[in-house]
Design a protein around this ligand. Sequence first.
Ligand code: SF4
Length: 311
Amino acid sequence: MEERLEYRIFTYSAYLMNKFGKKVFRVGLSTGNTCPHRIENGGCIFCNPSTFTGEYQSQDLSIEEQFNNAVPRIKKACGDVKLLAYFQDETSTYGDIEFLKQKYDEALSHPEVIGLVVSTRPDYIDKKVLKLVASYIVPVTVEIGLQSIHNKSLELLNRGHTFEQAEEAIKMCDEAGLTVSVHLIMGIPNETYDDMLQTLKWVTSNKFIKQVKFHNLVVYKNTKLAQMKNIPVYTIEEHIKNLCNLIPHLRGDIAVSRLFTSNIRRTQIAVDKYKGNKTQWMNELRKYLYKNNLNQGDKTDVKYDFRKYYK
Ligand code: SF4
């Protein structure tokens, strides 16, 4: 049988195809607001805002202009796909509730949008914003920056929230009927493999979490992280090895929407441990999984069975 990543890992594209029954693409959008944590508390030590503006969104453009930029390019590259409005950058639930409503409403009024995804911090999830996003008739996912379950790591990263706050935010989203996705950073300084494993096991044990996004820690110039001495950063090979060994501990019904930090801005990297490109990394990861016979969910009660998703 052909060696495909999708046979070992429950990929986000398989998740979307099953949920919507058609090919779906996320259009990155910006509300135009920045991150309150950076303004008020100096931000996370790894954050360099000039590196995470996605391919299509722009803080300076209206929602309509962002769609006009993105949609023709998406259609050219992916064909006739439906769209998810993906408020991706900064803290997408930060702002006056009427302002947010106007942005989300405008995005959802696009004729080809069939769902909403909002990315945010645990401490910017409250009843008002949940009531707003839960009021939409389309499926809504809230992406929450959990990063780690270890408060010592969250402190080191200057995340400005605790694990307990993230846990509560995840629960609130689920209670509001929303799909929950969490971001995790692999390779936080001073975290061991066992620390990462504990985080993953906690994610597996949390019944509210339906998607996960893995990031490898990238040290960008002009960040507090880059100023630290002797930062232990995993190479891409070490990241792949760690991830592949962690994957069997991830529940088989949690969709993996990312395996590597996306769109790494090479010119802005302070400590470059990433030879090659994403296609090569995915290939290496797939080969490692097959060579070592590793499958998502194998070490949990919920195995991943690709036959359920590929009929
Ligand atoms: S919460 Fe996100 S946008 Fe805000 S400082 Fe941290 S990484 Fe940057």
